[in-house]
Design a protein around this ligand. Structure first.
Ligand code: SF4
Length: 411
């Protein structure tokens, strides 16, 4: 028996090790959860989502915000519903969007003691997001010294009583649920029992996951967000291991909360999201920036493209330039990008010299390479096709793509 187990475990380890050296990402196997007409799960492209920042009661503003996101490529849009009035407003928002031909799936966020709000808003959206730390919420008691097992379980029973009707509604309407844990808003009983830790975050989610399982409801997506990337990384990894160990193959929604703005906000989000995606974790992502929400979408797509998980734009390979560079690389890269950025699906390389350029542009479909001063070599794959004066280089590249039948005019 031991020998059999050792062999099985050895095989598993070998597989895992071999996968680490693969040049493609092996995604954790997850079930498909439909959010409107967008499938989330390992059999589908990683979905991109965001959240509007308009007041939900401002129907016109919210509709415009959702449409801006959808037009930017956002595939699922979240809206906050802190009160019953906000929940009812979602009905008007949805109707206005559909009347305008915008079918983007909608998600409603509910927070403190939000069961009544959740039941109302479930009618108008495709997914409801609950925060386990707030769903049944008692004000923290600053004088409390501990939390007894009886107290812990009594709150668990209240959660079950409140949660079951929501699950029933979601099940009947075939809608989805996000169990969205936030590191900064764990319930007091979880903090006392597990501390402010990834384990506390995972246990917060698992309580709801197990309740859903008891109620035979499986349209679940789970998130474990934190504003510090190392915390978020640990929480998602532990969550995935815990789910898999218990036989739950639910998709994960990745994000770093309060990442801020500008370059650092993008880098911080990427550090968290891309690290997990590279490990095969994550089926939908949101980059949270303190900027207009539609600015989050190109960052999401860039992360997915860089990891080879989705191809939504031209992949440019360009050398950093050095003393051997035979032309103004930055300027030419911009010219090439301006001319070709609409050709989704192509890989185009711009390399400064033929010493290292052709080798390093790897598997690019086309290459623009400095040959000698003032002369450019154009490549198709690894084959040098023609030499042209630098002044004609970009036009000649476009002509080559046209000759190959791979050109489309910009929209
Ligand atoms: S490809 Fe040539 S020009 Fe570019 S960095 Fe390498 S050696 Fe320098």
């Amino acid at each position: 028996m031991t020998g059999t187990l050792a062999t099985a475990s050895q095989t598993g380890n070998d597989t895992a090790r071999n996968q680490r050296y693969d040049t493609v990402i092996h995604r954790r196997r997850t079930r498909t959860v439909m959010v409107g007409d967008v499938p989330i799960g390992s059999e589908h492209p990683v979905a991109v989502q965001s959240m509007i920042n308009e007041d939900t009661l401002d129907i016109e503003g919210a509709v415009a915000g959702i449409r801006r996101l959808a037009d930017a490529g956002c595939e699922i849009v979240r809206v906050t519903t802190p009160s019953m009035a906000h929940a009812k407003a979602m009905g008007d928002i949805r109707a206005a969007l559909r009347a305008q031909g915008c079918g983007v799936p909608l998600v409603a966020d509910v927070h403190h003691n939000g069961i009544r709000i959740a039941l109302e808003v479930a009618k108008h959206v495709d997914k409801v997001r609950i925060n386990p730390g707030l769903f049944v919420f008692d004000k923290p008691d600053p004088g409390r010294q501990d939390f007894s097992r009886e107290e812990f379980e009594a709150i668990g029973r209240r959660i079950k009583d409140d949660f079951a009707p929501l699950v029933e509604v979601l099940k009947t309407q075939n809608k989805a649920l996000r169990i969205g844990v936030n590191h900064g808003s764990l319930a007091e009983r979880m903090l006392f029992t597990y501390g402010d830790t990834p384990e506390g975050m995972v246990e917060s989610a698992m309580e709801f996951v197990r309740l859903c399982d008891e109620l035979d409801f499986h349209n679940i997506v789970i998130s474990m967000k934190a504003s510090r990337a190392p915390v978020m990384l640990a929480a998602y990894r532990l969550m995935a291991d815990t789910l898999d160990r218990e036989g739950f193959h639910y998709p994960l929604h990745l994000g770093v909360t309060e990442a801020g703005d500008g370059d650092y906000g993008r880098i911080k989000s990427t550090a968290g999201i891309a690290t997990l995606l590279a490990e095969g974790l994550g089926d939908t992502i949101r980059v949270s920036l303190t900027e207009a929400p539609e600015k989050e979408i190109p960052v999401c797509f860039s992360i997915l493209q860089a990891l080879g998980l989705r191809k939504t734009m031209v992949e440019y390979v360009a050398c950093p330039s050095c003393g051997r560079t035979l032309f103004n690389l930055e300027e030419v890269l911009n010219q090439v990008r301006d001319a070709t950025s609409h050709l989704t699906g192509l890989d185009i390389a711009v390399m400064g010299c033929i010493v290292n350029g052709p080798g390093e542009m790897a598997d690019a479909d086309y290459g623009y390479v400095g040959k000698t001063p003032g002369i450019i070599s154009l490549y198709r794959g690894r084959e040098e096709i023609r030499k042209v004066p630098e002044t004609e280089g970009v036009e000649a590249l476009i002509q080559l793509i046209k000759d190959d039948g791979r050109w489309v005019d910009p929209a």
